[in-house]
Structure formats: C-alpha cells, structure tokens
Design a protein around this ligand. Structure first.
Ligand code: C5P
Length: 508
C-alpha cells in the first residue's frame, strides 16, 4: 500500500498543476466545458464523475460519448474550434491519440485549453517498460496530459479512467470524495478487480479505502453468481463457473438446488435470486457446489472456492438489492447503456438519476443481456471461431454489431467458454454499418500476457506494416483498431506474425 501511496502523491502533484491549468483556462470561456468520453462503463463513469464535479462548481458542461477518438473525429473537432474560448476534457481516451490532438489542436489551431485524463498507453508506446520514452512524453505534454504510466502506475490494472477523473475531481473539491463509488464502478467495468476473489490493487485499492472510510461502500463475501437472476438460472448461465450437467440447464439446476432442502421459492412463487437467499441458504449452496465440482471436475476445493467466493462491492446508499446496490451490476448496467446507443441514460444514472431514466434503463439492460447470450450461443453453436497458428479470430457477421464485439471478445477469453483456446489471443471483427471498415477488438488472457503477449503492440505493428492511416492501441491484454475491409486477411496474418515474434522474443 505504501508504494501505491507514494505513486498517488506523485500523481496528485501533476493533478494540482492540471487543476491550476484548468482554472486559469476557464476564466474567460463563453461556451460550456465539453467532456469527450468513451462508451463503456469506465468511460461513462468518467464522464459522470467529471460532470458531477463541474456541476458542483456551477460550471456549465456537455458530454459527448464516442466509440473511439478516431482521426476523423479529431479532425472534425479541430474544424469546430473557432477561437480559444472553450475547454475540452478527454477521458478514457486521448492518450493513444495525444500526438494527433497536439497536431490538430495545439499546432494547427493554437488551441491549448484541453486536458486528457486517460489510462491507456500513450500513442507510439507499446510497453510500460519504455520508461525513457514515457518520461519524455510526460515532460512534453505537461500539464495537459495526465496518464498513470507517467508515475509507474499500470493503467490496465491499478487505475481506470474513472479513477483518474475521481482524483482530479477530488483535487478540485474535497467534497468529491463521494464520487469514489463511481470510480470503483468504472474500474470494475474495465475488469481491474482481477486479483484474488475479485479484489483490487494499487490506486484502485486506495480509492476503495476512500469509499469504505466514508461509509459509501461495504465489501462483503458472496457467491460468484448474478445476484439478480433466479438462482437456478444464475448458476446454469454463469460464464465463469462451469458445472458439467448443470451449466446451460436451468431446469436440472433447479432440481439440484431442491435436493439441498432449501426453500427455493419466494412469496410470489418464483425462484429466489441470490439476493433473496439468507446466509444459511447461501452456505448450503456453496458447500454443495464445492462438492459437486470437486467430484465432476476433479478440482481441489481451494481452487473452486477461489472462483466461487468473491468480494461484492455494495454501494450502501443505493436501494438494497437494486441493480445499483452491487457495483458489478451497476457497471453492467452502464455497459448495457453505452453499448446499445443509450449512453446518455448511463451518464444520468451514474450522476445520480434514480427516477424515470433509471426505470427506462431496466429494459435496456434486459435487451443487452439477451443480445450477449444470443451472440455467445451463435458463436458456440455455429463454430464461428477460426484458427491461425498463433491467434484465433471470428467475424460478427450480421449477428454481433460493432458496439458489442469488444464485450463478446472479452467474455470469450476471460470467462470459461467452451472451444476457446486461452493460450492464443482472440480477435473479434465487426463490419461497421456506415463505413467499409471492420472494427477489430483483440483480447489476450493474463497467462499469455505474462509470457510477453502485447496486443496493443501487435495491432499497432500490423497497422504500420500495412501502411494503414488509423489509430490503434489500448492495453497489452485488450486493444482495438479499425481496418479497411479489403485488408482484413493481411491484417490478421500480420497479427499472427507479431504474436509469434512476441513469444519467440520472450523465449530467447
Ligand atoms: O474497442 P475495444 O473494446 O476492443 O478496445 C480495447 C481497449 O483498447 C479499450 O480500452 C479501448 O479504449 C482501447 N483502444 C484504444 N485505441 C483504439 C481502439 C481501442 O486505445 N484505437
């Protein structure tokens, strides 16, 4: 923790400079402050945190949610700038495009009033070990660029964009401490609670301390199933815990649960959710699953417990057992909004709306869940995964749209989906409706990232090799880009070669 505190104190020094820069630059603005953010749960959380912080300062603002900060987007943004009387925030995007922003805004338009708060590797940096280059970017882009890698903080694991926006907001006004739960929601959205039993490390754990100390979050142990679905369905359709004979069979799972002698129905006669079960009932289910899994899967009970029992982050101010009570479900809801063209609902909810908009979002969430299930079912049953020697890939065809290709690719590699080889990265490709391009999402399991696989680097290399004038990048385990449709075969072959080289390089 001490290490994290030291890193935070360095980050805070830069945030203090960024705050002064921000306050100096907004003295004479004559238009609302414009926040550009990404459409996923971390992006929406980031936008909401900044929005709330500006609202508190009585500063007018507007938020635009983008699928990515592409070159064309930066160009049109630059074209819109007429004078220097505005201020822009880029959160959860911007670092991977900082040179483009510098060229199009600062150099071409002499526009300097913007701030990047992003946790992705900066443009042209493939690896956090490139310390000299990272330090140089830090020097050259201060004070308008805040990025965790400047302080030896791993942006893919230790802090999300929502965390950076939280620390910036807290620097602006200590009252913004109450935005810490949303920073946790953002970090969960980016799967940063990836340590034992879904715990956090680094700056995320300091943010969690803020939230716990102010009584806003409570961490409890619970079973690793959806808390909101009927328990038999939650177990049968879990993507993380696979139980032969029960998985994908809700009826059989119900019979299994009934044999435990638990009163499985609520007063309305429907099957209880995890939320409706008491501690005793949960304990019975947990023991039965451990026994079942150790017999059927020949696993050590301790391995099963590690998967089965998780930290649940409870937002204490939310209505008990609502979607927003559990940070994981909250984050799921935001993702559902962002990825189904309902980003404004997600932003409003993360900023505190609990009325009409929140009610509307329930349907969005249900449709999103259905879309994910149908997509995964289609991939598994129609055997859509194709293989090269070092990578695997699939096309979304007319089933999986661009906005969820990344989510599906993540589920395939990070959860226990049959037929997926975790020793190879996976690439999902979805044809963009309005352009002749594929959106590409790459994901790699932690075990091969540890061996040296870096998708951000592989994707950038493939783009450079093919002379593609596109921006690509992200993190070692999760990266993306877009490519012209007719380059797809050579793009995938170049990714295959890049991964082969990364693995060879490590072995030698
Ligand atoms: O789009 P997708 O979800 O596949 O992106 C994976 C990660 O890579 C995300 O964190 C995203 O923000 C990042 N990314 C990026 N630059 C791009 C495309 C994706 O930094 N051009």
């Amino acid at each position: 923790m001490k290490n994290a505190e030291e890193k935070l104190s360095k980050l805070n020094k830069d945030l203090a400079k960024a705050k002064t820069f921000f306050l100096d630059n907004i003295k004479d603005i004559d238009s609302p402050i414009h926040i550009y953010t990404h459409l996923d749960a971390d992006g929406l959380s980031s936008g909401a945190i900044l929005g709330k912080a500006l609202y508190r300062e009585r500063l007018p603002f507007q938020i635009t949610v983008l699928r990515q900060l592409e070159k064309s987007e930066i160009q049109s943004l630059s074209n819109k700038i007429k004078d220097n009387n505005g201020f822009l925030f880029f959160c959860d995007l911007g670092s991977g495009q900082y040179l483009e922003l510098q060229k199009n805004l600062i150099i071409n338009k002499k526009f300097t009033s913007f701030l990047i708060l992003d946790h992705h590797l900066p443009q042209d940096i493939s690896n956090k070990e490139e310390i000299d280059s990272i330090n140089e970017i830090h020097r050259n882009t201060s004070p308008w660029h805040i990025n965790p890698y400047f302080f030896d903080i791993d942006g893919s694991k230790e802090i999300s964009a929502a965390g950076l926006c939280y620390y910036f907001s807290k620097c602006l006004n200590s009252q913004n401490l109450d935005l810490s739960p949303i920073a946790i929601v953002g970090a969960i959205g980016d799967i940063q609670n990836q340590y034992t039993n879904k715990s956090f490390q680094g700056l995320n754990s300091l943010i969690l301390e803020d939230a716990k100390n102010s009584g806003l979050i409570e961490v409890v142990n619970d079973l690793n199933f959806s808390a909101l679905r009927p328990i038999n369905e939650a177990i049968a359709y879990s993507n993380e815990i696979k139980l032969p004979g029960l998985t994908n069979n809700a009826a059989k799972t119900l019979v299994f649960l009934k044999t435990l002698g638990i009163l499985i129905e609520n007063t309305e006669g429907s099957v209880k959710t995890l939320n409706e079960l008491n501690q005793d009932e949960k304990q019975k289910i947990s023991s039965a699953i451990i026994e079942y899994a150790s017999l059927k899967l020949d696993l050590e009970p301790s391995n099963i417990i590690n998967k089965l029992i998780i930290n649940r982050y409870i937002l204490r101010e939310e209505i008990t057992h609502s979607e927003l009570h559990d940070a994981r479900e909250f984050s799921y809801l935001l993702n559902a909004c962002g990825r189904t063209y309902n980003a404004s609902l997600g932003i409003a909810i993360a900023m505190g709306d609990r009325k009409k908009i929140y009610k509307q979002s329930k349907e969005v969430r249900q449709n999103y869940r259905k879309l994910l299930h149908e997509s995964l079912f289609w991939i598994e049953n129609k055997e859509k995964i194709q293989q090269k020697e070092y990578i695997q890939y699939f096309f979304g065809e007319n089933v999986i749209p661009e906005n969820i290709i990344g989510t599906i690719t993540s589920i395939l590699i990070f959860q226990n989906i049959q037929g997926i080889d975790k020793s190879k990265p996976i690439f999902g490709l979805a044809k963009r409706k309005d352009e002749n391009v594929y959106k590409v999402s790459g994901r790699a399991h932690e075990k091969i990232v540890k061996k040296g696989v870096n998708l951000s680097e592989a994707i950038r290399e493939a783009c450079i090799h093919l002379n593609l004038d596109v921006l690509g990048g992200g993190h070692p385990p999760a990266a993306g880009t877009k490519i012209p449709v007719d380059t797809v075969e050579s793009f995938l072959e170049n990714c295959n070669l890049a991964i082969q080289n990364q693995l060879k390089h490590i072995k030698s």
